[in-house]
Design a protein around this ligand. Structure first.
Ligand code: F6P
Length: 538
């Protein structure tokens, strides 16, 4: 048996033992459990002690990481090696948040000078817009930005804006992703074209949704301000010539590079709208927070490495215990978009069934991720988390000090975060419930019917991530933590986390169906699809 096969077999064996064991029983058996499974990295505190693994299981998982050469893979990633083999590209998002004057190389080519120059241009542009030096076609300053983009060109900026925006922002930043015209229509309501900038973000500048919305927004500007309004158009793209051909003035096209994956791109000029609306200094602080997580990931030993341990905890559930779904619940309204962000980061990166060399994977890959802000989620899907037939591990995020509002309400929020993690692990025994029902005077028949319904099995794992404040640094660190966690998982599964071939077929078929809906000749389809096309032809 190879070392790797042995490590995977050890995981199965460890998980078999964990299946019937109580998580809470491990604390008494392992007095150093909390200290071994708790760590602080780049301002984030992680507690992985409410996970089903014992400390011996942790060692099994660390051995799996070692035999999968995760350290060598990490070195290759930071060195700018071609880790995205199917597209022949490095994945060097760490270069985007490096110190000015760094020396990152993408497949041997120096990139840091270009990164520094682009950041300087972003800072200058952001300052000019905020100071009113850069004005619209009529001379009015810009008071609104409509950010148009989808997937990685949307989810990161939307998350960051929601997390960090001031209560009364100088710039009204709105987002449009969906090709559903309702989203653009709603985003434009109440905006004055003379004071509105349209920032179109698309790595490829070919994405159907984004180009459709960008054309409509350009039309909205031109209808009121004429062709001069093209000066309100800004673009962010790795295909700058296409953006210019669209009508964006050359000096308002901000570039990035093919070694930046869409879902890893918030640190590039994809974050321009945020940099303008938040101020470049805030954006720079976010980069610094992510850089601190990069430094930690690169230098901390595996057993004290936050992205590595989070990945291993998730994999113990996924690969050891067969848990295919994970919930993500930030107890912070400002982080309510974290689950949708992670859906792309984790599911587009690691939702793969073949390895980077084209062979079927030997192990289950990405979990499905869903979630919403706490406490809202408690009144929606937590019933299933506590008493459903499947065990769904939960990532709970909490922020000690709220960004605004009543501190007493913040304390209530934190109490719920802590209590839910406790309830999920500890549960409530049937004996306890029976005693309560007996004391309440219920009949034996009533108790028999009610007690099982009111019993909580517990033993449901959580990872708890605590931030002191939701500031730009910690926000950057949090996103980078999950980026690296996703990378580590991809390495252990032997997949390429940086391509996304699975999104292509739907795009191709949509183009074909569109032609038919618009009156083109009918193509060959299954009967169900043909009937839908016939029903919806315009
Ligand atoms: O969903 C597929 C995808 O290619 C994502 O990977 C990407 O983030 C998104 O589309 C948008 O692509 P673009 O930035 O090129 O418009």
């Amino acid at each position: 048996m190879s070392k790797s096969d042995a490590a995977w077999a050890a995981l199965s064996k460890a998980a078999d033992a964990a299946r019937d064991r109580r998580i809470d029983s491990l604390f008494a058996q392992q007095p150093d459990r909390l200290s071994r499974l708790g760590l602080t990295a780049a301002g984030l505190e992680l507690d992985l002690s409410k996970q089903p693994w014992s400390l011996a299981d942790l060692d099994v998982m660390l051995e799996l990481a070692r035999t999968s050469d995760v350290e060598a893979a990490r070195t290759r990633l930071f060195a700018g090696a071609v880790v995205n083999a199917s597209e022949g590209r490095p994945a060097l998002h760490m270069a985007l948040r490096a110190q000015t004057g760094a020396d990152f190389r993408a497949d041997g080519q120096p990139v840091s000078a270009d990164v520094d120059a682009t950041r300087a241009a972003m800072a200058e542009f952001a300052e000019a817009v905020r100071a009113g030096a850069k004005t619209g076609a009529t001379g009015k300053p810009f008071r609104a930005i409509v950010h148009i983009g989808i997937g990685g060109s949307d989810l990161g900026p939307r998350l960051i804006w929601e997390a960090l925006k001031p209560l009364d922002p100088q710039i009204d930043l709105r987002f449009v992703a969906n090709v559903d015209p309702a989203e653009l229509a709603q985003a434009l309501v109440g905006l004055d074209p003379a004071e509105t900038m349209i920032v179109t973000v698309s790595k490829t500048f070919t994405t159907l949704e984004t180009l459709t919305n960008a054309e409509a927004a350009r039309g909205w500007l031109r209808a009121s301000l004429g062709a001069a309004s093209d000066s309100h158009l800004v673009a962010v793209s790795a295909a700058p010539d296409k953006a210019q051909a669209f009508g964006v003035p050359a000096d308002q096209v901000f570039g990035f590079w093919d070694w930046v994956g869409g879902r890893y791109s918030i640190w590039s000029s994809v974050g321009l709208s945020c940099a303008v609306a938040l101020g470049y200094d805030v954006f720079a602080r976010m980069l610094a927070g992510a850089r601190a997580m990069d430094d930690h990931f690169l230098t901390a030993p595996l057993k004290a490495n936050a992205p590595v341990l989070l990945a291993l905890a998730h994999m113990f559930n996924r690969n050891g215990l067969g848990r295919s779904i994970r919930a993500v619940v930030p107890y912070a309204q400002r982080l309510r978009l974290f689950a949708p962000f992670l859906q792309q980061l984790e599911m587009e990166s690691n939702g793969k069934r073949v390895t980077a060399t084209g062979h079927p994977v030997a192990h289950a890959t990405a979990t499905s991720v869903f979630g919403d802000a706490g406490t809202n989620g408690q009144h929606a899907f937590f019933q299933l988390l506590h008493q459903g037939t499947d065990i769904v591990p939960v990532d709970i995020l909490a922020v000690r000090e709220g960004s605004e509002g009543d501190p007493a309400a913040q304390t209530k929020l934190l109490a719920n975060a802590i209590a839910q993690a406790e309830a999920l692990m500890v549960g409530r025994t049937e004996a306890d419930v029976r005693a309560e029902l007996t004391a309440a005077g219920k009949t034996p028949a009533e108790i028999d019917a009610l007690a099982p319904q009111r019993t909580f099995p517990g033993n449901r794992p959580t990872s708890f991530i605590l931030l002191d404040h939701l500031d730009p640094e910690r926000m950057g660190a949090l996103v980078a933590l999950y980026e690296h966690k996703t990378f580590v998982e991809g390495v252990l599964w032997g997949i390429n986390s940086f391509d996304q071939w699975g999104v292509e077929l739907g795009k191709t078929l949509a183009t074909r169906v569109l032609g038919e809906l618009e009156g083109g000749p009918a193509g060959a389809h299954d009967p169900s699809t043909a009937a839908l096309i016939a029903r919806l032809r315009v």
